[in-house]
Design a binder for this molecule. Structure first.
Ligand code: ADE
Length: 225
């Protein structure tokens, strides 16, 4: 998989991709992540990528030309499955969307800023719009990192234990059951007996019951879908 991220703040995206699982996935050649500085495509004196909104109103709007030039250049090099605009009014990211996107080859993620992008970018250049939640971030960069992380960890070979992404919360429509590790008793607080019983059938049943109970209590909406 290849992910190209277009941003006016490339430095914001340095650390999420240079550590831990996301770094290892790139080192192993399972994913290529390239961050593109939108300013390099702004051919005006101050390399500005935004302007005042037509019709007035507070806040600047990201201009169409640098975004178009950057996307065009990338598209000359390869074909993209999706050009995704990170936006608070996009479709809400879910595990099922991440699963679906993880099957694709080449993605462009466009990070918005200020009051957003000129609407013609959304009409003509974007194929999908994704939000990571009903709150507004200062820009799309952190949202792009969230989306990329949730997708990259699903790629075969990224997680050392192949089954571990499959047992994540949400993968079976339930949140994950509680987990424990040593010591079996700490400060008088005990690990449930069943987990120490060595009886795998009973353990699996317990985990499933716990996941169901937790989902009912914490995220009942998931059970109604
Ligand atoms: N940009 C600003 N806020 C955002 C959000 N909640 N999701 C995606 N992109 C955003």
């Amino acid at each position: 998989m290849r992910i190209d991220i277009i941003t006016v703040l490339p430095r914001l995206l340095e650390s999420p991709f240079n550590d831990s699982i996301l770094k290892r996935a790139q080192d192993k050649g399972l994913v290529t992540v390239k961050v593109h500085d939108l300013r390099e495509y702004a051919h005006n004196k101050h390399r500005s990528t935004d302007d005042y909104a037509f019709g007035g109103g507070a806040g600047m709007v990201m201009t169409i030309e640098p975004i178009h030039l950057c996307i065009q250049k990338l598209k000359e090099e390869r074909t993209y499955d999706e050009v995704i605009y990170m936006s608070p009014d996009g479709e809400m990211l879910t595990q099922s969307i991440s699963n679906q996107i993880s099957l694709q080859q080449n993605l462009i993620l466009l990070c918005g800023h200020y009051k957003g992008v000129d609407e013609r970018v959304r009409e003509h250049l974007i194929t999908r719009e994704i939000s990571i939640g009903d709150y507004v971030l200062s820009g799309g960069e952190l949202a792009a990192a969230v989306l990329a992380d949730s997708v990259i960890r699903l790629l075969p070979g990224v997680l050392s234990d192949e089954t571990s992404a499959l047992t994540d919360s949400f993968q079976d429509g339930l949140v994950a059951p509680p987990v424990y590790t040593r010591p079996a008793e700490y400060n008088g607080w005990k690990v449930p007996d069943v987990l120490l019983s060595g009886h795998s059938g009973k353990i699996e049943e317990w985990k499933h019951d716990q996941a169901l109970e937790r989902t009912r209590k914490r995220r009942p909406g998931l059970l109604k879908l």
